[in-house]
Design a protein around this ligand. Structure first.
Ligand code: ANZ
Ligand code: ZN
Length: 843
């Protein structure tokens, strides 16, 4: 007789295993989601519970990085777990394919961005498939595809109809060398990211989406987002920056100009001793025209335009400014106060002008000291004289002083009284200010969705009719912006007929910010190939909201705020049925190496492909989640990658050492009673099932789930090596433990798990129901209680788990070793920790 045939090769070789199972999933279209809107047939919406798990879509820059691997592995684990739990899972993938890198490559090489992008997408797709992600590839989209941006344009028109998209003048970043507008992200330390030239602010006509109209709702609806990280909500709250205050109108002393201010402290109006307008304020020119101060003011304003808003807002910066020689009248005192121009006042907050209250505002105080302006006290804390001089701005509580009809009031009361006083005289009113600005979406760039409007001399700005969408990007010879959008160079494309009057018109040549594309992609996934609409309501209502969204915390404000805004507008338009797009959000931590964030620019990148070819995709997937808590920043370790590979080798050997045979049922407790080692192992398997399910499904704690499976594998390996599981019960227990470990490992390491499952006599592990722990195995019939006397171990007590606590101390005292230890002494206290310990304190 020959030795029994091995059920697995002796050595684990990941490459053939991984390609075998990837091919199997592809053949079977294993991760297809239903329903998805196609063309024609209306899909039937099932009754089954659904789970939409989504990771932020990648930018196809050429190669994926470790951050992507971690992000998508997390989503994958969650998707597998839910799918095997009987839920309809939607796990799509796409590409945020418009934007700078493809365009910059095009400018350098002349290769059309569409070609660069197609090549990059093909490469990323191959990498994602190589990692075995369980994605519904039928729903794959690219935002630069005309079939996608057609609907981005269509949605833009819905915003336009609702008055939420508008064209107006605004100060924008301008690089005089490159002759182009720059996005804020393209301005680094006040300089152009491309050429290093100093950036200027220019007044240009631009397209905006009126996100400020939704500021309050974006705040209010955060109450629904109970499963979002508090940190992200706080960042959004700060970004929106709501503050309650008042608008107060000041008039120049000649009565000619009105200049309103926004203040959060109308109570301090009696203390306003001077007045400041932002250097860009349109009134500045009129205030100083023809005056001796004009030249100095203009020079100051030009210099201010070169500083970044962040620098200008910095509280510690020296307070510079110039006088205008003009005065405004403080409306409550009737006194004239001087008007200055200073760059710490920003044009795009409030009204771009402030009443300066140096007695109670730190920046105003610093400015007054620097320029010899008067400081007045209008609030005195308890016990302070109204006339006490101020050595610094007083920002604490107190009562009003030197403030006429407000004297004696507390600050909050005075705010209300002053607001009422102003309102009565039509000099102001209570208002709410927001730091949030409207969203500037025009880009003078080639590689984006053209804004679908035309300009007609007779009709003005006219939307392109829906049935003429998409407005396709024209072919151009030069992709570089030269003071205007590269689209403007395509004269044949620009010249068109007005859809309204039929006369001559010119196309808008700006393209949209790529954040517009990614503000609705999660809706399009539900109808990726639908050509009659962006999505279909019935199907959308089934899948939305996204149940679990996963991405980097760097998107806490921009993308996540824009997507929320889009969803609300589409909800108001009756196009979607939810007000919030993402029910739960998980933000992952970053991967560090040698103490720095892993990134190309730092030169500390570990390429995913390298790890895959060396250790296998399963090892990489395990490692990125085993590193530590998924939300935390963690340092990469080559050694720990090897550790995960050794674990895969271990489970491979465990299964490979078993005999051929079918899958086994969970051994019954009665049968196990005769074999304590087997019983322990099966109980451990059940406990592992319970832990892994909760770790994935509830806690998002992947590293602990992996270590639980490792513990089970280690115990089974040890028992097998010790030959403790020789009888039939033992053999069944071992097989059952191995089966359980493989089944639970599957979401993390799907390829090798499928291979091992097959060796164990199973098939198609991805379709196998997720194991559910049997409670009976988790309960213990007996417990072991440690008995101490004065904290010292004396004996142990075995007893039924349901023994009442009150009886435990008596049983402990009766133990012979304990009885002799307490003989002749007085027991002053009995400490009982239920199920664990009894401590007798004696004197
Ligand atoms: C008078 C005053 C007195 C102020 C006082 C503060 C304290 P938040 O809370 O962030 O909304 N401000 C208004 N517009 C500004 C601008 N464009 N640039 C710079 N500062 C501006 O800030 C509102 C306060 O910031 C306003 O209230 C105004 O100064 C200043 F004891 O008005 B306050
Ligand atoms: Zn017209």
């Amino acid at each position: 007789m020959s030795a029994p045939a091995r059920i697995l090769p002796e050595r684990y070789d990941p490459a053939p295993v991984e390609s075998k199972w990837q091919a199997a999933w592809e053949r079977e279209d294993a991760f297809r989601a239903e329903p998805v809107s196609g063309d024609g047939a209306h899909p039937v919406v099932p009754e089954r519970p659904k789970y939409y798990v989504l990771e932020m879509l990648p930018y196809p820059s050429g190669e994926i990085h470790m951050g992507h691997v971690k992000n998508y592995t997390m989503g994958d684990v969650v998707a597998h777990h839910r799918r095997r739990s009987g839920v309809a899972v939607f796990h799509p993938m796409g590409y945020d394919a418009f934007g700078l890198p493809a365009e910059n490559a095009a400018i350098r090489t002349g290769e059309p961005p569409a070609e660069v992008t197609a090549r990059n997408i093909a490469r990323i797709r191959e990498q994602l498939k190589g990692l075995g992600f369980a994605i519904d590839w039928n729903t794959e989209i690219a935002t630069s595809d005309p079939e996608y941006y057609r609907w981005t344009q269509w949605l833009f028109l819905r915003f336009f109809e609702r008055g939420l998209a508008e064209r107006r003048e605004a100060p924008v970043n301008w690089c005089p060398n490159d002759q182009t507008v720059l996005a804020n992200e393209q301005v680094v330390d006040g300089r152009c990211e491309r050429c290093g030239h100093e950036v200027e602010l220019r007044q240009l006509t631009q397209w905006f989406l009126r996100i400020t109209d939704y500021a309050q709702r974006l705040l209010d609806d955060m109450d629904e987002l109970v499963d979002w990280p508090e940190r992200v909500l706080t960042m959004q709250r700060n970004w929106i920056g709501r503050s309650e205050g008042a608008r107060v109108v000041f008039r120049t002393d000649d009565g000619e100009h009105e200049i309103p201010v926004f203040t959060t402290r109308p109570d301090t109006l009696f203390g306003a001793t001077f007045f400041i307008v932002a250097p860009e304020h349109p009134i500045v020119g009129r205030l100083v025209a023809g005056r001796p101060e004009e030249a100095a003011v203009r020079e100051y304003a030009a210099a201010a335009a070169r500083a970044s808003a962040a620098d200008r807002g910095d509280a510690d910066r020296p307070k510079t400014g110039v006088p205008t020689g003009r005065s405004v009248v403080n409306p409550v005192t009737g006194e004239p106060i001087p008007v200055w121009v200073a760059d710490y006042v920003l044009m795009d907050y409030g009204t771009g002008a402030i009443m300066a209250v140096p007695g109670h505002d730190e920046r105003d105080f610093a400015f007054a000291r620097a320029h010899g302006l008067p400081v007045a006290r209008v609030i005195a804390p308890e016990g302070e004289a109204p006339g006490a001089p101020l050595e610094e701005a007083y920002t604490g509580p107190g009562r009003m002083v030197n403030s006429g009809f407000l004297d004696g009031m507390e600050v909050e009361e005075a705010k209300r009284a002053m607001a009422a006083w102003l309102a009565e005289r039509d000099l102001g009113e209570a208002t709410v200010g927001y730091r949030l600005r409207d969203w500037l979406i025009s880009r003078q760039r080639y590689w984006g969705a053209p804004i679908p409007v035309v300009h007609c001399e007779r009709c003005g700005t006219v939307p392109v009719p829906d049935d003429q969408l998409p407005v396709l990007l024209p072919e151009v010879r030069d992709y570089a912006p030269k003071g205007r959008s590269p689209l403007a160079g395509a004269e044949d494309w620009v010249r068109t007929d007005c859809p309204r009057c039929g006369g001559e018109a010119r196309r808008e040549t700006d393209t949209m910010d790529t954040f517009v594309d990614s503000s609705w992609y999660f809706l399009r996934y539900t109808a990726p190939h639908l050509s009659s609409a962006p999505f279909e309501r019935e199907v959308l209502d089934y899948w939305m909201p996204v149940d679990q969204y996963i991405g980097g915390v760097e998107h806490a404000v921009l993308h996540l705020l824009y997507a929320r805004f889009f969803t609300k507008v589409l909800y108001d338009a009756g196009l979607v049925g939810v007000r919030e797009p993402f029910a739960r959000l998980f933000t992952q931590g970053m991967i560090y190496r040698d103490g720095a964030k892993m990134s190309k620019s730092k030169g500390n990148v570990v390429a995913p492909d390298e790890i895959v070819s060396r250790y296998g995709a399963d090892t990489l997937r395990l490692y990125v989640l085993f590193m530590g808590p998924a939300a935390e920043d963690i340092e990469w370790s080559d050694r720990n990658v090897e550790g995960q590979r050794r674990f895969v080798d271990r489970i491979w050997r465990l299964v490979g050492g078993l005999e051929a045979g079918p899958l086994v049922e969970r051994p019954a407790l009665e049968a196990l009673a005769a074999d304590p080692v087997a019983e322990e192992l099966v109980r451990k398997a059940e406990a592992t099932i319970a832990k892994v399910g909760a770790d994935i499904g509830e806690r998002f704690s992947f590293h602990t789930a992996i270590s639980a499976v490792q513990e089970l594998v280690n115990l089974a390996t040890k028992d097998a090596a010790e030959g403790a599981l020789g009888d039939e019960v033992g053999r069944d227990a071992l097989r059952y433990a191995a089966q359980t470990a493989v089944s639970l490992l599957f979401p993390f390491a799907p390829h090798v798990s499928c291979e091992l499952w097959e060796a164990l006599g199973g098939e198609a592990l991805w379709r196998e129901p997720w194991p559910v722990a049997d409670e009976a195995y988790l309960r213990r019939d007996t417990v072991t209680i440690v008995v101490q006397v004065n904290g010292k171990l004396r004996d142990r007590l075995e007893m039924p788990a349901d023994t009442p606590d009150s009886g435990v101390a008596a049983l402990a005292r009766a133990l012979p070793k304990v009885a002799s230890a307490i003989e002749g002494k007085a027991v002053v206290r009995e400490v009982v920790v239920p199920g664990r310990l009894v401590n007798l304190v004696v004197k």
